[in-house]
Design a protein around this ligand. Sequence first.
Ligand code: 5GP
Ligand code: MN
Length: 342
Amino acid sequence: MTVNSSIAERFFEIVSGASDIAIVGHHNPDGDCIGCLTGMNAWIRHIFEGAGKNVSMLVPNAFPDYLKFMPGADSIKIYGSAPGAVEAAISSAELIICMDFNNLARSEGMASHIGKSKAKKVLIDHHPFPEDFADLMISETEVSSASEVAWWLLNAVSALKETDITDDVKTSLYTGMMTDTNNFCNSVFPSTFLMASQIADSAVDREMIQAEIMNSFSEQRMRLMGEVLLNKMHIFSDLKAASIVLDQKTKEGFSYRDGDSEGFVNLPLKIKDVEISALFTQSDGFIKVSLRSKGAVSVNRLSRQYFNGGGHERAAGGRLYDMPIEEAEDYFVKSLRSFLNP
Ligand code: 5GP
Ligand code: MN
């Protein structure tokens, strides 16, 4: 993708004109979300150093430990733990930059405060069908991640203003891109490799990033993965589908922490004839749904139709309310059957 110079100019002007800036991410923040936030935070702090800008990073709920190595991640404010501080940051902001989500509801408890705010709003995203809530929308779908969108945006600004992009920014955006592509497996475009190659040609420590993201499981998380594959994954051959149900009891049995099931939904797709995979995780008051496809089936449509959610064609998510966890798998099979044979 490319970002044209008029968009880059407009973005630069908007950021220049705001002295109080909130950068906002989505519910269950993933690597792309945290990468975008810390990358944009580091960029603004570097470019406007000494200008007295107040920048805050806000997310609705906690993010996994393995993302805490990202530069500045320790200063991210979490709405669920400190609603007052987050509301104050939103209400004092003159600019709100929303990253890696396409509708305000994905910012959960923060959504109504952002909606009410008179601040200028910028959206930087890569999901289809973005809601039209921002003054400046930088949203493309033929791109790996919101971190990649941010990379090309900041490159366009750099070309225009002759500024540099620091290693902290690169570390964050590279991590966001790498995690959202599942380590260069999904949604990889020529521009994605170009971004990777440009960052590889810098002092960024890719081995460290790789180790933090790929090889930092706790023993319990690794054993939970074993349990899931052996006892919780069920295959429905006629539908070329598989599902995994992660109930509360199993979570507790393996001392589950936020993010421990990250990537589990991809595992069944390693089986040759499985084309659709679903993970149902029992959560507080709802079942979290993760859907993946490696073929032509659009899990974005499946999610919108049956799971109160959305996402991308091959990676989507949603929620089930008022359903006992024991019924999730049956509901999945029935929904998928109707979806495939309308
Ligand atoms: P994950 O399965 O990793 O939680 O989410 C996969 C994709 O679906 C992500 O791109 C995410 O933005 C999207 N997604 C996850 N949960 C929801 C949801 O509740 N609503 C919508 N609209 N999208 C979701
Ligand atoms: Mn993303």
